[in-house]
Design a protein around this ligand. Structure first.
Ligand SMILES: [Fe+2]
Length: 401
């Protein structure tokens, strides 16, 4: 649910609390996400709109965030976050407040809404007065105070933040009970319908680089990267300034399959070639869904809670091996950096993209942090060569050797 228009609610605003009429989608649970543009703000979740409401609140100021409990209007501090975790240096930062009556948990975080971006968590003690009745499960009213009236939108999600979503997608016959219990893998059916569609296209056993007609394709690419006469070597050299100041390691090759059909940022299927030591900038994906399959070698994936000059430390790092498949949606895994840290082997991946079906704006750029680390720029997803032409080029180079 998106609430687009905010009223001007100054801080502190006890009077305007009563004016609010926003609700959680399901009583007793949900996540509220909002931009604050550096204004201190609060979010209160309550069981009524009267002045003597009971519920829970989050306040965020310049220094830190705080959770509160309200008992018939009486306010009690539950916890404070560490100094420096309040308002963010990035004005575009999204803040979130998760309320989970089933697990008796409050969470506060910034950027993507997931376990690992949680800044403050509060577990209500089982014996506490807060849990003595069912009133906590009846909490549904949302009151938001102090947010800049020019701010664009607030989002309310039906689910609270609970787990860290698994990154690996596994076939149904490969996922075991322990993996589900430990959140080590998921099946495509748990993802968006767009991700399911993309997965179905690339997950099959035949979707491989080295095929009977050219079993040495990956070796040919490796040679072409290392040979100064090779097409890969020469094309990579030309790209050293693609993401800002010259950096020959901040390059990779984009080989596209087919054409842009108007449903993705750029051509939907891209073979990406990562020489040893090469990496992408930190970037996002135009809010699109994506599936990434490692075809050869291994790639290090670093995830970031938002695309921001102020947030260049990943909250998660994983190494994906040949055969591994991972995913991106509008809400999760959207900002990442890929890096081939294997000194001995090229990594080759297939990336495919699809906008959400309800998405009409079709923002066409991947935004990225440039090589200086100080500026965010737009990257139009381009092509270094068509796949069929590239395969022919590699065959010819291979035969000449
Ligand atoms: Fe990417």
């Amino acid at each position: 649910m998106i609430i687009k228009k905010l009223q001007n609610k100054n801080w502190p605003v006890s009077r305007t609390l009563l004016e609010a009429d926003w609700k959680l989608i399901i009583k007793g649970q949900g996540t509220v996400v909002l931009p604050s543009e550096n204004h201190p703000f609060s979010i209160y979740l309550s069981n009524s709109r009267t002045e003597n409401f009971s519920g829970f609140g989050l306040t965020v100021d310049e220094n830190h965030a705080s959770f509160y409990h309200f008992d018939k209007g009486k306010k009690t501090l539950l916890s404070n976050s560490e100094r420096g975790t309040g308002l963010d240096p990035d004005r575009e930062c999204l803040y979130w407040f998760s309320f989970d009556s089933f697990n008796s948990c409050l969470r506060y975080g910034k950027g993507e809404q997931r376990q690992q971006t949680t800044i403050m968590k509060y577990l209500m003690p089982k014996s506490s007065a807060e849990l003595d009745s069912n009133w906590i499960k009846s909490i549904e009213h949302i009151h938001i105070c102090g947010v800049n009236p020019e701010a664009k939108e607030i989002r309310v999600w039906r689910e609270p933040v609970t787990i860290e979503p698994p990154l690996l997608i596994l076939p149904q016959d490969a996922i075991a009970m322990e993996m589900v219990a430990k959140y080590e893998g998921t099946v495509a059916e748990n993802l968006t319908s767009e991700c399911q569609k993309l997965y179905a296209n690339v997950a099959g056993k035949q979707f491989q680089l080295n095929t009977p007609d050219f079993p040495c394709f990956s070796d040919a690419i490796e040679k072409s990267i290392r040979d100064p006469q090779g097409w890969c070597y020469q094309t990579l050299r030309k790209k050293a300034e693609e993401f800002g100041k010259t950096n020959s390691n901040a390059t990779y090759l984009r080989i596209t399959l087919g054409m842009n059909q108007g449903e993705s940022p750029g051509i939907p299927y891209v073979l990406e070639i990562w020489p040893s030591g090469h990496y992408s900038p930190i970037h996002n994906h135009a809010g699109a869904n994506a599936i990434i399959k490692v075809l050869h070698g291994k790639i290090t994936v670093r995830l970031f809670n938002m695309l921001s000059i102020a947030h260049q430390t990943p909250f998660k790092t994983v190494i994906l091996q040949a055969g591994d498949i991972t995913w991106i949606t509008r809400r999760l895994n959207q900002t990442h950096q890929l890096h081939n840290e294997d000194p001995n082997s090229v990594c080759i991946t297939i990336q495919c993209y699809l906008y959400n079906i309800e998405e009409n704006s079709h923002y066409e750029y991947f935004d990225y942090i440039d090589n200086s680390g100080k500026e965010i720029r737009h990257f139009f997803p381009n092509s270094d060569m068509d796949f069929l032409d590239f395969k022919e080029q590699m065959k010819q180079e291979w035969q000449r050797r």
